[in-house]
Design a protein around this ligand. Structure first.
Ligand SMILES: Nc1ncnc2c1ncn2[C@@H]1O[C@H](COP(=O)(O)OP(=O)(O)OP(=O)(O)O)[C@@H](O)[C@H]1O
Ligand SMILES: [Mg+2]
Length: 250
């Protein structure tokens, strides 16, 4: 495939009439990249991601996946084009077992052979394999995020959209979540992730965008964004630090 896996041009979207939340965003992601979106609370990061998977109506602009215009497409149609989505909140079914959560993930995809798909996922997440018959509600924060990611990975998406994968995860185990994201990417997926843990996320990303007040204010490689004094001051809570140290930060 040539050209970007995802391209967003002049995207405008919102919820209430007359109030735009995403206000003219341009974004491009090449096949195999890991791209991070950071920005303050309420900047419109989750809204942007929801637009990309058809959950929020686009008011203006264009979204293309692998060169195909999908603006206005329904969520299931976008999912069938190989886009997986892990929402920021309510991203698992607590009353269902781990295994049932994965089966639900396969439902919209009649072509997915659930047996081999589950085994592929359990190989990636051995912790979930151990707990396959347990209800998801007893999982820890980190395990829940892994289950949410696992469910999105069942149909083997080409592009994975992650909205705050480290949220609600104990600092002691958050590193495992990052490792899993790296493994997913090494397995060939392109990853677009929104993260509060901006230094850590930029430290592992190829590129990043800073979204503020619904607009992409800055764009650059992870290293460029981490070492830019203005970005550090405004969005990373202080002066730029040694970039290698930031990347090593846990
Ligand atoms: N379903 C909704 N209906 C109306 N307004 C909404 C809805 N969801 C979000 N908003 C508003 O849109 C704005 C952006 O919200 P969004 O969740 O996209 O921000 P965010 O950047 O993801 O923030 P956070 O870092 O807190 O997750 C906020 O003002 C929020 O109140
Ligand atoms: Mg959000």
């Amino acid at each position: 495939m040539s050209g970007p896996i995802l391209s967003v041009e002049d995207l405008v979207a919102g919820y209430r009439p007359g109030v735009d939340i995403v206000r003219g965003v341009d974004l491009r992601i090449e096949q195999g990249e890991m791209v991070v979106v950071i920005g303050p609370n309420g900047a419109g990061k989750s809204t942007l991601i929801k637009c990309l998977c058809g959950l929020v109506e686009v008011r203006r602009g264009r979204i293309s996946i692998a060169g195909e215009d999908v603006t206005g497409s329904k969520p299931h149609a976008i999912a069938r084009r190989g886009v997986g989505y892990v929402p920021q909140r309510e991203n698992i079914f607590p009353r269902l077992t781990v295994e049932e959560n994965l089966e639900v993930g396969a439902m919209p995809f009649p072509g997915v052979e659930i047996g081999p798909a589950k085994e592929r996922i359990f190989a990636l997440f051995p912790r979930l394999a151990e707990r396959r018959r347990q209800p998801a509600e007893i999982l820890s924060g980190g395990e829940r995020q892994m289950l949410a990611m696992a469910r999105a990975l069942i149909p083997a998406p080409h592009l994975l959209l992650l909205d705050e994968p480290s949220a609600g995860v104990d600092p002691g185990v958050v590193e495992i979540v990052w490792e899993k994201i790296e493994e997913v990417r090494e397995a060939g997926a392109t990853v677009l992730m929104v993260e509060q843990n901006a230094r850590r996320a930029l430290g592992m990303a190829d590129r990043g965008y800073v979204l503020d007040l619904g607009q992409a204010r800055f764009e650059g490689t992870g290293v460029e964004l981490l070492s830019d004094p203005a970005i550090a001051e405004l969005y990373l809570g202080g002066r730029p630090r040694d970039v290698d140290a930031a990347a090593d930060e846990h």
